[in-house]
Design a protein around this ligand. Sequence first.
Ligand code: UGA
Length: 433
Amino acid sequence: MKIAVIGTGYVGLVSGVCFSEIGNQVICVDNDPSKVDMLRNGEIPIYEPGLQALVKNNAAKGMLSFTTDIGKAVRNSEIIIIAVGTPSLPNGEANLSYIEQVAKEIGTVMVGYKIVVTKSTVPVGTNYKVKEWISELTDHSFDIVSIPEFLREGTAVKDTLFPDRVVIGIDNPRVIEPLLDLHRSLTDNIVITDIRSSEMIKYASNAFLATKISFINEIANICEKVGADVTKVAEGMGYDKRIGHSFLQAGIGYGGSCFPKDTEALIQIAGNVNYEFKLLKSVVEVNKDQRFNVIHKLESALGTLNGRRIGIWGLAFKPNTDDVRDAPAIDIIKALVKRGAYVQAYDPIATDNFRLALDGSEIKWSKSAMEAAEGCDAICLLTEWSEFAEIELTDLASVMKHPIMIDGRNVYGPKEIENSPFIYYSVGRPNLN
Ligand code: UGA
């Protein structure tokens, strides 16, 4: 099939590349010429394992190309996928201005019948707005389809080529066959539904996963007080197939470009129809507080943080990405600086992005995990990059002023801690020293 993907952010780029990988002719469009140039040269603007090789291979095979020319891309394609951003407005609502702009451009340039798919995460009803925006500017016929994206950063290629499910929201049955053809090779779990339900599935899925995380984080906080071990509690709960093991890892809360934005947006969507989503509001509140437990633990270990040297391991919102959007590390480091601490931070790949996000604060950016720990009163592990688990704790202690660790991700086990000089605080586990 001939596909145009508009927007080469995470969702657009990965989807476009993966559709070309399974045999479609894909043209990706972006209005940023420097991004398009980069992609044409086989460089990718995001860090995503496995993506660059697929870009190069499929471009070399002539199955994948990049352009700033939306008109050419739309006219030459049967399926147009909208994958531009829907960032939060100050009130939490999704900003639909990029979607509107793209829809209107499609309406202006399209010739002949098209299937217009929205993959961006959009509030319920948005696809019908897309329909109106396009209809206002064209007499050609088209159908709108909602196909939300469920990929995770860091495993985006795998999630796209081997998804748990594909959801297709339609309002005209004639699109079913071509869209089944497009997705059949990816999974047997294809849910065909109406457009509003499809839009809701995306928000409900992210809200549910966020709820699991806040739930287990609160259980962890209680475990700390009653002397139980949240990792065992989660293991014991997870064998119940109705509960499952995933997303029950207690820590410092969720970050990233999706859960924080989509939970706020769903609260707004409910609010707009006079429904107060009380449960989700609590999920968000629990998540906002959870990251500050790192500060409370540091204070209980060191007393005042004024003048203390604190090492930070991990700045990305999770491992295997350089994305720092809404990373817990941002709030934690700001709180440390506010309390007069000196911060030395290290991340394997996210430092440059983080530096921009934290504009102005005086932080020492370290080139290695050991360098970030040098002379520190305590080290805080905020992202569970695998290299941290491999560090020899006795060596680590030897470069620090005090061997104190706040492990926000429960990376170390009892054996490593028992045999180390560390005073060790983790999340929801009894004191391991
Ligand atoms: C999330 C969803 O998992 C994807 O299905 C969805 O497509 C995506 O949002 C989106 O809407 O675009 P992502 O934000 O890439 O994907 O990352 P996750 O792996 O879901 O992690 C989100 C956050 O939750 C991270 O900060 C992670 O550290 C945290 N988390 C995750 C926990 O604290 N505990 C867990 O058990 C799992």
